[in-house]
Design a protein around this ligand. Structure first.
Ligand code: FUL
Length: 534
């Protein structure tokens, strides 16, 4: 009997080690709010693209009034594969096409309206650009998404219940006829006036009640179970609160959607997220590669430079959000050469910067690691694996992670990631380097989330320390990386919190914020009527 018990003990010790705690090694406890698998993989797309293309491309407007003749629409060289391959060369993983913008013109032959491609010269009325787009995405391995403007300045019933039925019928067409659609984009903009079947008047709707968003979301989910729904309030992806492509310096992936009115949201709230938020909704930073959303020849010289795009990347993907970059095809139906080149150069800058991680596999230590178990060891933070992570025992603050660098490499970019499948935790952190006389702080930050990219002036050191000062749960880090930026980047840009306070004073989508008419400040005057981006 005694022999049997001792044998059992030996087997137990061999299996679990001497530390009795190790018998119950489990993952760190998740936060109350965590992302679903579908949102985790959506965030990993990092860069997605918009294709703004419609009748506006031919009228040189940003917001069509709704009375434009379909006869005007004739992109003679349209090639959806050129859109997709251009986007792909820029690192874009999904495209969203404006199937219908505010003017109501449909890029597919909807059976519910005559205001569509079927009455245009394009392919003698036999074209279907939504179909061409989706097929091209599929052929080249990109996910496809669709934008269907709720505001419709063409439809005679806009503002009445009959229009909502029309809108739902169009959603049904788009989500049943084209295979898998990864995202649907519900825009909050509504400027009031329009053609409305000839009424030529202003129509206001109650943005809280008119569309019946809950039913619309359920319809989309029923037709496409894996779809990601974008609106000011999610339920899956939310607007970042500006059209500059910048997430807040502090940015939480959690938010309270019930407090948000679609089309009337608090832009600051959307820009920072909410640490107390009850839902995980991915932040999405939309911005156009040009000044406007649609193509205007006058902007051929105003395409964002690769350096500007890189700056946007740091302020979107590098701040825990997804970047949605607009590439508007021109009247030929092609993405302009200048835009394609800028995008390609941007991708090269990012690739050059992040190709060598100086921290990868280097010796690393921590002031604590959970249960002294290898599963939570500091090495997991420099293995470049998204599923492994360093974590401390509960309530260890500050939590410190130190990379020991054999030589003294020069770096100026830092990457930090949290294992967000357990929730977003960190709210205050610092990065220090070992200087000649001791530790020197090179960056102080707030949130990290899925990915935080930090720009500092170049430094050389033998030790880099990440200190997590505050978090809402046990500290955990899945990646800590050090990089040297490409020589083609704009070196004058570094991350300084004070410099970012101005970021919220940016473009708003809400018409009230838009100037009534263009003024002489060099902004082209194709913005019709009450429409002009600041
Ligand atoms: C806004 C629209 O008014 C713009 O035209 C553009 O489509 C942008 C992405 O969303 O609300």
């Amino acid at each position: 009997m005694i022999i049997k018990i001792s044998a059992l003990l030996i087997v137990a010790i061999a299996a679990f080690g001497c530390n009795p705690k190790q018998q119950s090694v489990s993952d760190i406890s998740p936060n109350k709010v965590v992302p679903s698998d579908k949102l985790l993989s959506y965030q990993q797309l990092e860069i997605i693209g918009f294709i703004h293309f419609s009748i506006n491309t031919f009228t040189n407007k940003e917001w069509g009034f709704g009375d434009e003749s379909p006869e005007l629409f004739n992109p003679a060289e349209l090639d959806a594969e050129q859109w997709v391959t251009t986007a792909k060369a820029g690192g874009i993983k999904q495209l969203i096409l404006t199937a219908k913008h505010h003017d109501g013109f449909c890029l597919w032959p909807s059976k519910y309206t005559e205001h569509s491609i079927k009455n245009s010269p394009y392919k003698n009325g036999n074209g279907d650009i939504v179909g061409e787009f989706v097929n091209a995405c599929r052929k080249h391995g990109l996910k496809a998404g669709l934008y269907l403007s709720p505001w419709d300045r063409n439809h005679k019933d806009y503002g009445k219940p009959a229009y909502v039925l029309y809108y739902k019928n169009q959603i049904k067409e788009l989500l049943t006829q084209y295979g898998e659609i990864n995202e649907i984009w519900f825009d909050g903009a509504n400027g009031g006036d329009g053609y409305y079947g000839g009424a030529n008047e202003k129509r206001t709707i109650n943005s809280k009640t008119y569309y019946g968003w809950k039913d619309i979301f359920s319809l989309a989910q029923e037709l496409q179970p894996n779809i990601k729904i974008f609106s000011d309030a999610g339920p899956d992806v939310h607007w970042i609160g500006n059209e500059k492509g910048f997430a807040g310096f502090t940015f939480w992936s959690t938010i309270n959607p019930d407090s948000i009115t679609i089309g009337g949201a608090d832009q600051n709230y959307l820009n920072t997220g909410d640490p107390e938020g009850k839902s995980w909704i991915v932040g999405q930073c939309d911005v156009s590669i040009r000044h406007g959303w649609f193509y205007h020849k006058s902007e051929d010289s105003l395409v964002k430079t690769p350096q500007e795009l890189t700056d946007i990347y740091y302020k979107s993907v590098g701040r825990n959000a997804v970047l949605l970059l607009n590439l508007p095809p021109d009247q030929r139906g092609l993405i302009h050469e200048t835009d394609a080149q800028a995008l390609k150069d941007f991708k090269e800058i990012i690739d050059e910067t992040f190709s060598v991680d100086m921290a990868r596999g280097k010796p690393i230590s921590a002031n604590n690691y959970r249960l002294n178990n290898k599963k939570f060891a500091p090495e997991n933070a420099v293995d470049n694996h998204p599923d492994t992570y360093w974590a401390t025992d509960d309530s260890i603050f500050p939590a410190e992670l130190t990379i020991h660098l054999p030589a003294e490499p020069e770096f100026d970019r830092i990457l930090i990631q949290e294992p967000v499948k357990y929730g977003q935790r960190i709210s205050r952190f610092r990065v220090d380097i070992m200087g000649e006389t001791g530790w020197e702080t090179v960056f102080e930050g707030t949130t990290i989330g899925y990915k935080r990219l930090i720009r500092i002036t170049p430094v050389s050191t033998t030790r880099v320390r990440l200190t997590i000062i505050q978090a809402n749960n046990t500290a955990a880090i899945s990646n800590f990386g050090l990089f040297k930026s490409s020589d083609r980047e704009n070196k004058s840009l570094v991350d300084v919190e004070a410099a970012d306070s101005s970021q919220l004073a940016v473009t708003s989508l809400q018409p009230a914020e838009w100037d009534a008419s263009p003024v002489g400040d060099g902004i082209p005057d194709y913005f019709s009527e009450a429409v002009r981006l600041k």
